[in-house]
Design a binder for this molecule. Structure first.
Ligand SMILES: Cc1cc2nc3c(=O)[nH]c(=O)nc-3n(C[C@H](O)[C@H](O)[C@H](O)COP(=O)(O)OP(=O)(O)OC[C@H]3O[C@@H](n4cnc5c(N)ncnc54)[C@H](O)[C@@H]3O)c2cc1C
Length: 436
């Protein structure tokens, strides 16, 4: 929760800023820390976890996210551990290819990278080490409250059961979908999704093309994804895949606690996609059943992302279902946009109104576009309704027959759309002009 006074929020200040707090060391927080530290701003990263050990399924970095990686100077390293992905193929139970979207339809040099959260965190953290002089780590620090006043924002929280407080010139909230720090007055929607997924990390699926994100659908009640995700830093030679199995949230615990969960799952798949069920049976026979975990999603919509000395980015600002595979990419684009806004003030005398105006120009309509589309498309894949699946199968078939729409779909998945008609250029994001 944040205490603010409207007069303070609207007062532009020309005082030189010295230090900024970032709350949350996830994708959004780490990338922002690099971009601020690179511009010689003192950054303090508050993270409630004692150590950076991100758990979670692998995810797909789209070309937009990779453009930010190029901007950060970490793309080459990421390619060593991550898995290059050239497109997405979604198959129905009757074996018809419903979704057949490839990045080359936008540009022959575009690709995505399937990556583990641990690897993503490792590459961002390694880069941040290059700016050690500008970064203070506050691990194990849980921030509970922010208070804005004439001299800045005070951060209050707990560290090892003790209260702490510290004053900053500005604060960026990047503490994920369940953030309780984002200003409530800016929140338009904040609710859980009725569907989630269980997931598992397994050896790379070699019976399918290892450069494709494979999805399997039957109506809108059954959906499975197999994403190549490369290796983790500790075991660089063991290539892995992540499996996702979609379920209503009320069934997630039931699945995880079910002693025969795998048999049930394999049974559902074998009648539809037999070779995949054989592979799954083989690779999971020696696995502990606790290797399956669950993920739930939230829908968070905000009227603005920043004002005065305070900003909200990443899932804290715009959590959504991962159906379009954009969450981490959007978090990276947020960080890039903050970096661009900061560059407008090379002497660090920030006029906050101008700063947020620039940021919103870069991020607001794009975020709105992806959130609206995600809300429209997710029920076509995850819903109890009888008509959404057949509607999807019919409309997607026709959409993929029209070259213009195929290309628009590929641009959308690339994460570069700024609104229904326009998109960002990869090179505009990727370029970085060093001061030296
Ligand atoms: C199953 C699943 C699949 C997904 N697949 C994709 C995909 O293919 N592509 C894609 O782009 N995205 C995907 N996403 C979404 C993506 O994972 C998120 O959008 C992204 O990780 C958001 O990053 P973030 O930094 O905003 O938040 P987070 O990664 O959640 O980081 C928030 C950090 O803040 C810390 N924190 C929380 N509260 C506090 C506090 N009070 N004080 C201090 N620290 C705090 C947390 O410990 C955490 O480290 C997927 C998500 C799920 C669940």
């Amino acid at each position: 929760m944040i205490q603010t006074s409207p007069q303070i929020l609207n007062t532009p200040t020309m005082k030189k800023i010295n230090k900024i707090a970032i709350i949350g060391a996830g994708t959004a927080g780490l990338a922002t820390a690099i971009l601020f530290a690179r511009q010689e701003i003192q950054v303090t990263l508050f993270e409630k976890a004692e150590q950076l050990q991100p758990v979670g399924a692998g995810l797909l970095l789209q070309p937009a996210g990779l453009a930010v990686f190029e901007h950060l100077g970490i793309l080459e390293n990421t390619l060593i551990l991550g898995a290059m992905v050239t497109g997405l193929e979604g198959r129905l139970a009757n074996q018809r290819l419903l979704v057949n979207s490839h990045y080359r339809e936008v540009h022959d040099k575009y690709y995505g990278i399937g990556i583990h959260r641990a690897t993503l965190c490792h590459v961002l953290k390694s880069k941040l080490e290059a700016y050690d002089a500008y970064v203070s780590w506050k691990m194990g620090h849980e921030v509970n409250r922010l208070s804005e006043h004439n001299h800045g924002i005070t951060v209050y929280g707990q560290y090892q059961m003790q209260d702490f407080e510290e004053n900053f010139d500005a604060v960026i909230i990047a503490n994920g979908a369940r953030s309780h720090l984002r200003p409530q007055a800016w929140v338009k929607v904040d609710r859980p999704y009725p569907w989630g997924a269980v997931w598992n990390i397994v050896p790379e699926c070699q019976i399918l093309d290892t450069q494709i994100l494979h999805q399997f659908y039957d109506r809108s009640q059954i959906m499975m994804g197999i994403l190549p995700t490369g290796a983790i830093p500790e075991k660089p030679h063991q290539r892995l895949s992540s499996i996702f199995w979609s379920l209503p949230t009320r069934q997630l615990d039931q699945f995880l606690n079910h002693p025969n969960k795998l048999n049930d799952l394999i049974h559902q798949i074998s009648s539809r996609w037999t070779p995949v069920s054989h592979w799954l049976e083989q690779i999971t026979q020696n696995q502990s059943s606790s290797s399956w975990l669950s993920a739930q999603y939230r829908d968070v919509v905000m009227s603005k992302f920043g004002q005065g000395r305070l900003g909200v980015i990443g899932d804290a600002a715009h959590a959504m279902s991962p159906q379009l595979g954009q969450g981490a990419n959007m978090a990276l684009l947020d960080a890039w946009a903050l970096g661009q806004a900061l560059q407008q003030f090379p002497d660090h005398r920030i006029e906050w109104n101008k700063f947020w105006q620039h940021y919103h120009q870069l991020r607001y309509s794009s975020t709105q576009f992806y959130q609206s589309l995600s809300r429209l498309l997710t029920p076509l894949y995850q819903s109890d309704s009888a008509w959404t699946g057949p509607f999807r199968d019919f409309s997607f078939y026709w959409m993929y027959q029209i070259p213009y729409l195929r290309k628009q779909m590929a641009i959308t998945i690339s994460g570069l759309k700024t609104n229904p008609l326009h998109h960002l250029d990869y090179s505009d994001v990727a370029q970085y002009k060093s001061k030296i």
